[in-house]
Design a protein around this ligand. Sequence first.
Ligand code: TMP
Length: 220
Amino acid sequence: MLITLEGIEGAGKSSQVEPAAGFVRAAGRACITTREPGATDLGRRIRRILLDPACTDMNPRAELLLYLADRVQHVEQVIRPALARGQVVICDRYVDATLAYQGAARGIAPQLIERLHAIVLDDWRPELTVLIDIPVEVGLARAWNAVHRGERNGDETRFENENRNFHERVRQGYLDLAAREPQRFRVIDGNRTPGEVARDLQAVIADRLHLPCPDGGGNR
Ligand code: TMP
């Protein structure tokens, strides 16, 4: 089972990945965590290019293809083998990030992204995608605070440097994707404490994996 977490900058996904995996393991299921871009040796090199704030003149289609290159390597080297071993895979970002960032925000036609995804990734989709939704000003403030506190690498701020409208388009792109595929998506309000978000996330995962439900969880 492939589960993906999505959201804008500062939504809090990355700090939710490990607790969510711990919850799955505590319920007796093998589980790995991974992320895009940058989960493989090749991917880490691609990530450096993609997130480098000095790369100011990257063509949007070149950017798209670099994300796809990272994803192909990631799926073949990490995700597919883990699923074949029967493990649950929780992945921080996947194809919906491409549709939201390169599609909705950069303006690349979603049909092109979908076609490329179908060709190079056999149209491989997660079974569950959790969107942690948060207002742009809250997310960006959190993201920059993390950079200033040294918790996030200042060499990885190419997207944080985009203007507010860009991030509003990413957020709306994600919400539109969630509305189009209500079976696959669950939307969680990220503008709360990490503990509250974690509880909702566990409830959503428990529901999909048929695990015992944690107390007090809920989702919309
Ligand atoms: P993160 O590891 O902190 O989430 O940073 C990854 C950045 O890359 C984030 O700004 C979103 C962006 N991104 C895309 O633009 N397209 C994609 O397909 C993926 C996976 C990420």
